[in-house]
Design a protein around this ligand. Structure first.
Ligand SMILES: [Mg+2]
Length: 223
């Protein structure tokens, strides 16, 4: 069977798939690490893992985690970095708009992103891409139940759904587990909590850029 045969709905991730995200966190953390000293990065990762179920994802959770990891002396610097991230311009990845247009020619295209509702809505508006989606889904976490709920809402059987994204943990593994297809488009930098070994799976492929996905769905690339 050709890859993604019969797929009708394509889910597309936002952060680090359509627009830059992790680079901003990396730069802010490097800046804070210079002030907080060695061990900040490891402490922040441990704190982030511990708080994940309580805080969820996004800049506000990151700010709270940095406050905890850096200690009270750096409160002002942490808050300033958090505010800057929440106001940062949205920078599209190359070919994002063109890829969405090409996908929309033959599929329903849905944005599936997670994290802070206010910030994700802001980024979507600033991206200029909002009109290209048939539906926008902002979830607290991209786990199997969240995808199943989305597919029920869309009236889309899992085998007719394909997800495109940079995270093996959020965009690939849960979609395969739910019975859908997945295309992994790695970004240059990946948050520690989103890293996972690539899985071999007949409904998963990896491509180098988002721009390759439309041709892949039209059978133009080797699956
Ligand atoms: Mg992402």
């Amino acid at each position: 069977m050709p890859f993604a045969d019969g797929v009708q709905v394509v889910g597309v991730d936002g952060d680090d798939t359509l627009w830059l995200c992790q680079d901003g966190f990396d730069a802010a953390e490097a800046s804070l690490a210079r002030l907080a000293g060695d061990g900040f990065a490891a402490e922040l990762e441990a704190v982030s893992r511990r708080n994940l179920r309580l805080y969820g994802y996004g800049v506000k959770a990151w700010t709270l985690n940095c406050l905890e990891a850096a200690g009270p002396d750096l409160q002002e610097q942490v808050l300033a970095h958090g505010r800057a991230l929440l106001a940062a311009p949205v920078e599209l990845l190359p070919g994002a708009a063109e890829a969405l247009d090409a996908l929309a020619a033959a599929h329903r295209v849905v944005l599936v992103t997670k994290g802070d509702l206010v910030d994700q809505r802001r980024k979507l508006a600033a991206s200029g891409l909002a009109d290209r989606f048939d539906h926008v889904e902002i979830v607290a976490d991209k786990d199997v139940p969240a995808y199943q709920e989305l597919l029920r809402f869309l009236g889309c059987p899992a085998e007719r759904f394909l997800m495109v994204g940079n995270s093996e943990v959020s965009d690939v593994a849960p979609v395969l587990a739910a019975g859908g297809w997945a295309v992994h488009v790695p970004h240059t930098t990946t948050w520690a909590l989103e890293r996972a070994a690539p899985t071999e799976h007949p409904r998963r492929v990896q491509v180098a850029s988002l721009g390759q996905v439309p041709a892949l769905l039209q059978g133009g690339l080797e699956g």
